[in-house]
Design a protein around this ligand. Sequence first.
Ligand code: ASP
Length: 307
Amino acid sequence: MTTAPRTLTAPLDERGFALVLHGGAGGRVEELSLEVKADYDAGLAAAHRAGEEVLAAGGAALDAVCATVAALEDDPLFNAGRGAALTASGRAELDASVMTGDGAAGAVAASRWARNPVQAARAVMERTDHVLLVAPAAKLVRSWGLETVDPEHFVTEARLAQLRRVLAARQEAPRHGTVGAVAIDAEGRIAAATSTGGMVGQADGRVGDTPIIGAGTFARDGVIGVSCTGEGEAFLRGAVAHDVTARIAYAGQEPLAAIEATIAAELTARGASGGLIAAGPTGVVVAHNSPAMFAAYREGERLVTLT
Ligand code: ASP
């Protein structure tokens, strides 16, 4: 379901950096009980803090987005890492990607062993000659110095119950929960990261936009970094994260205009719903045409959380 596009912006922190995160695009906020909403708000705030602390200490945008996304992966409320949406056969097949604005990128698809898929994506970027690895083996993940877990670690009772409801067609596949973060650090370096379990009840082996550089994630220093969420097939067809970047870099559009134009052309016009977050030299943007989107960013003293 799509609605009139909504965009929110904030300038860079007075300390010269910014971090924006999302917790997925989906249905209306009213669907959440107050109690659950408070839990989501707390999860978003904690994850924002994890990344912002890195930036405040003079750390790199890459470290900040990885810290934020790992915190959300560890929170079972979100559709990434533990508590991820399950495939039709009840498996957690996790996709994640990371990109830095100097052109480095790494991703994993259908990951089953790495406790934090975003760290595995980063390892692909930093420790291999490749950009995307499908289903990296536990041994390989451990050789990168990363923690592995039994694939059952990711499967929660809540997600199994949700899968049963969706497969019995008693519930439309719910959305929300894919996570991502984009940051620009005090030195102007941009990084973006995204992580998901995909769509509830998706075919085993289905890979969405999240681990595809240029679709779900993209970053270019001096231009913008983007992390997407929503109906992945539309983001793949429209190369959405790169489309936003190209509009700014080649057509000279302002970030907000570029984002609105991409959402209109690649999502709304095609009947697809979703959203994206972005950060660049002028600040951060949260934009979506889905009824709601979970996100967090700072506006001066105030941490804004959207649920
Ligand atoms: N874009 C993700 C996918 O298609 C899902 C989401 O963001 O909700 O796998």
